[in-house]
Design a protein. Structure first.
Length: 94
């Protein structure tokens, strides 16, 4: 089997935006953001996206500690008042 065929069988790709990674303080925060952004329009809750740490780890590969770091970076750098849809997300709360 060719390496390219093997890669196709390892799961889906998680893309990120390098410019946002710089803005958010790193790739971990950007990957976390992209996953929450992906789910944002797929929820009916007024409270925003709800995902457990376990679900996010399966979806992104980010460990609990990496997710906590990502949330901290996003709170500190971006979500004080600029992005309304994410400001109320339980995933960004302490």
């Amino acid at each position: 089997m060719k390496p390219s065929e093997m890669l196709k069988n390892t799961g889906r790709v998680i893309a990120y935006r390098p410019n946002l990674a710089r803005l958010f303080g790193g790739v971990i925060a950007e990957v976390f953001f992209e996953q929450i952004f992906y789910w944002q329009d797929k929820t009916d809750s007024d409270l925003g996206v709800y995902k457990t740490q376990e679900e996010l780890e399966v979806e992104t590969g980010l460990s609990r500690k990496e997710q906590e770091t990502a949330r901290k970076l996003l709170r500190e750098r971006c979500f004080s008042r600029d992005l309304q849809a994410f400001r109320t997300s339980p995933l960004l709360q302490n």
